[in-house]
Design a binder for this molecule. Structure first.
Ligand code: ACO
Length: 376
């Protein structure tokens, strides 16, 4: 029988200059820069530039990117109108997917697949997707929609548009780092989805809509929201053993645990736990973070010997809780960051395109004779 690479595990589908992961050592590197270094020193805007150019920006280049992102934050009447129709009935990830396609429909240059055209779209989507989610949330909570503020960076402006409060320095920095951590991750499922769509020479908006639809699933980006629901269901430390035992005996997975590539703790989970500790020291809402740590410790004992460790989604749930972000926005926030990685991969793909079209091994019936419907 022919070999089948189920889930394409271990298959190299393309080459990239954007990201390298060592799943055994727990290393994550964006264009040569270790994620720990970037989380310590960089900003989301710098990382966006890094991914789109494979080098860090000069000050003037960073200022130019900052200006472009700020100039692209407004959504315009059509998208705002559509959001007022969607928010009562459509969940945030699908709203984001629809909004991206509407932005594509409105862009007369959507089919411009030249490198400058694609870069413009990448910046446009990075800026506007944040506004889409903030606007959606303000509408559904009956609060006035806030105009973006040009004195705030991408992370702070998003939190401001979402909550109506300019975040404090610690909150702003922690959210900025969370965006850095989620920006890029080599050939994950949503990036692959974007690449498959782009490889047909469909436009960047459709490729990103495909990626958003893929990220939504609970085995991928949707796991961060699911982690929070797990914590809510567990409620107290004493319930951890019985809850986990029951879950595993039903053959269910503990969300935020395990990874196709990492066979040790995901470095992003290490950084998020550190950030969580800093936030927890001053947060009235540290309960879920404390429970996450207890759950992690229990699972480490329970799953000892298996390559199952916390992934990026495990601590992002309780960190976002302490930032007062509602659980159903965790995955959209992942997308607001990953848009940079997705579009960077698309720049590579459109720059050296080949249609993605693998094979399937046929296992169905052979040599059948058609019979008409009334003879079956
Ligand atoms: N809880 C319990 N057992 C698990 C988990 C988990 N979270 N993840 C994997 N396993 C077990 C499987 O049941 C399987 O056991 P078996 O060999 O006894 O049958 C074994 O580990 C291998 O599992 P696979 O599904 O083959 O591993 P795969 O590489 O396909 O899974 C995945 C990776 C999908 C992330 C998986 O670990 C999972 O479902 N985790 C929970 C969801 C999650 O947190 N997703 C976010 C990933 S990070 C991201 O996308 C941003």
């Amino acid at each position: 029988m022919a070999d089948i690479a189920h889930g394409l595990e271990g298959i190299n589908v393309t080459a990239t200059k954007l990201c390298r992961i060592d799943g055994l050592k727990g290393e994550l590197v964006y264009s040569g820069y270790d994620i720990f270094d970037l989380a310590e020193h960089s900003t989301f805007e710098e990382v966006a530039f890094l991914l789109w150019n494979q080098r860090l920006p000069a000050r003037s280049e960073l200022e130019a990117l900052d200006k472009t992102l700020k100039s692209e934050r407004e959504l315009g009447d059509v998208v705002n109108q559509i959001l007022t129709e969607l928010y009562p009935v459509v969940r945030p990830m699908r709203t984001l997917e629809v909004a991206v396609e509407i932005l594509g429909a409105q862009d007369r240059n959507s089919s411009d697949l030249t490198n400058p055209g694609l870069r413009q779209t990448a910046a446009r989507l990075t800026a506007k997707m944040a506004t889409v989610i903030a606007t959606y949330h303000r509408l559904r909570t009956g609060q006035p929609v806030l105009a973006p503020r040009s004195d705030l960076n991408h992370a702070s402006n998003f939190l401001y548009m979402l909550t109506g409060q300019v975040p404090g320095d610690l909150e702003a920095r922690i959210f900025d780092v969370a965006l850095i951590l989620h920006a890029e991750h080599e050939m994950n499922a949503s990036t692959f989805s974007a690449i498959v769509t782009a490889s047909t020479l469909s436009d960047m908006y459709s490729a990103i809509a495909s990626a958003i639809g893929t990220l939504k699933g609970p085995l991928h980006g949707g796991a961060n929201e699911a982690v929070f629901h797990t914590l809510e269901a567990i409620k107290e430390e004493q319930n951890i053993p019985s809850y986990v035992e029951a879950m595993l005996s039903r053959g269910e997975r503990v969300m935020g645990i395990g990874h196709r590539v990492y066979k040790t703790t995901d470095p992003r989970a290490i950084i998020l736990e550190r950030l969580g500790r800093q936030l927890a020291d001053q947060s009235p809402n540290r309960k879920w973070f404390d429970l996450s740590q207890k759950l992690r410790d229990y699972l480490a004992r329970k799953l000892e010997g298996k390559p199952l460790y916390p992934n990026v989604d495990f601590f992002s749930a309780s960190v976002y809780q302490m930032l007062n972000i509602p659980a159903d926005l965790y995955t959209p926030i992942f997308a607001l960051s990953r848009i940079t990685g997705w579009t960077a991969h698309l720049l590579e793909q459109y720059g050296d395109n080949r249609l993605v079209r693998p094979n399937a091994v046929y296992e169905g019936a052979e040599s059948r004779q058609y019979v008409t419907v009334d003879q079956r």
